[in-house]
Design a protein around this ligand. Structure first.
Ligand code: NAP
Ligand code: ZN
Length: 352
């Protein structure tokens, strides 16, 4: 076992602060990674503050972080895909049972025995898993991903959650050229949704509560931008969308978007507001519309997404911060004041 530097929250009201955590010695199928960059997902903040207590209560101390890019420092004897010195990445999952119908079908994210990167039972050391706000991590090679060599590493880190979480539903719902697609919320997930839907050839409309993001949305690949608080602007799009991806992290009116769907249109929630959303039956039944959800993506699909991003030169727009600014970054995230993902430069932890 190794002790490694990390940042953790001790309670729902504590700041994220310096600590030390254990990491296991690599087993024969394990890859040991020195972490270079970790993206900050809104899920980190929901978890630190125990906002999902009803569905997945937080065990403290919590070390968040599931958008991890680093360099391999050692590998177990049975590892075939990685060697020391390779760039490697880890997303939201670090293990699953590999035998259930979900795992067999490549949907590890729906495995009942899946281990999340943080705040899951740690089957090796006991306690809970610790995420990427740390110097290093040890992960079974099946859950370690490859980053295409042309991509900037800080910008690639958010692909591991924000990238796959938007890629998977866009693919599942057949977003291609000729489709009218909405993306609600221009944050970490939203801006990746815009880039990917644009790369798939769709006509992309961004819905934002922040009028000052209009120009950015167009630069990121949107064809149109709607300020969602303007009911007149919203009304112009009634009944016209094939698909809408909802990335909003807080309470909002889902019916306003259901009414924008065409016949048989679908809206998929990837945002995970802590409180239930009120759904109007009438918004659904008029037009045989559907509402669904999506959770990250499987390992094979995550690698497919990374390769797609490599081919199309897609990374997240990141603001790189030292880990010492983490609590400030959370406050800014809550105010939608980031363009469009924070990435922590882990050299700042190493030198502490
Ligand atoms: P984020 O960067 O904070 O983006 C969320 C965006 O939602 C904001 O930028 C803002 O966009 C909009 N928004 C925020 N508060 C709002 C409000 N009260 N009303 C309307 N719009 C509001 O967060 P993120 O990291 O992209 O994560 C988004 C959500 O997805 C979180 O709940 C997160 O936990 C969840 N998530 C789910 C999965 C999954 O697998 N399903 C994976 C990762 C994250 P505008 O300024 O443009 O309005
Ligand atoms: Zn995430």
């Amino acid at each position: 076992m190794n002790n490694t530097k990390a940042y953790a929250a001790a309670s729902a009201t504590s700041p994220v602060a310096r600590t030390t955590i254990p990491r296991r010695d690599p087993n024969k199928r394990d890859v040991e990674i020195e972490i270079l960059f970790t993206g900050i997902c809104h899920s980190d903040l929901h978890s630190v503050r125990n906002e999902w207590s009803e569905f997945s209560p937080t065990v403290y101390p919590i070390v968040p972080g599931h958008e991890i890019v680093g360099r391999v420092t050692s590998v177990g004897s049975a590892v075939t895909n990685f060697k020391p010195g390779d760039v490697a990445a880890v997303g939201c999952m670090v293990d699953s049972d590999r035998t259930c119908v979900q795992c067999q079908a490549g949907f590890e994210q729906f495995c009942q025995n899946m281990t999340l990167t943080f705040n899951s039972v740690d089957n090796h050391l006991g306690g809970v898993t610790f995420g990427g706000y740390s110097e290093s991590i040890v992960v079974d090679e099946h859950f370690v991903l490859r980053i295409p060599s042309n991509l900037d590493l800080a910008g690639a880190a958010p692909l591991l959650c924000a990238g796959i979480t938007t890629y998977s539903p866009l693919r599942h719902w057949g977003v291609t050229k000729g489709k009218k697609v909405g993306v609600v919320g221009l944050g970490g997930l939203g801006h990746m949704g815009v880039k990917l839907a644009h790369a798939f050839g769709a006509h992309v409309v961004v819905f934002t509560t922040s009028p000052n993001k209009k120009e950015d949305a167009l630069r990121l690949g949107a064809d149109e931008v709607v300020v969602s608080r303007d009911t007149g602007e919203m009304g112009k799009h009634a009944g016209s969308f094939d698909f809408i991806l909802d990335t909003v992290s807080a309470e909002h009116d889902i019916n306003a978007y259901l009414n924008l769907l065409a016949r048989d249109g679908n809206i998929t929630l990837v945002g995970a507001p802590p409180k239930p959303l009120g759904v109007s039956a009438f918004a659904l039944i008029g037009g045989r519309r559907s509402l669904s959800g999506s959770n990250i993506g499987g390992i094979a699909e995550t690698q497919e997404m990374l390769d797609f991003c490599g081919e199309h030169n897609i990374t997240a727009d990141v603001e790189v911060i030292p880990i010492q600014k983490i609590n400030e970054a959370y406050e800014r995230l809550l105010k939608s004041d980031v363009k469009y993902r924070f990435a922590i430069d882990m050299a700042s932890l190493k030198s502490e």
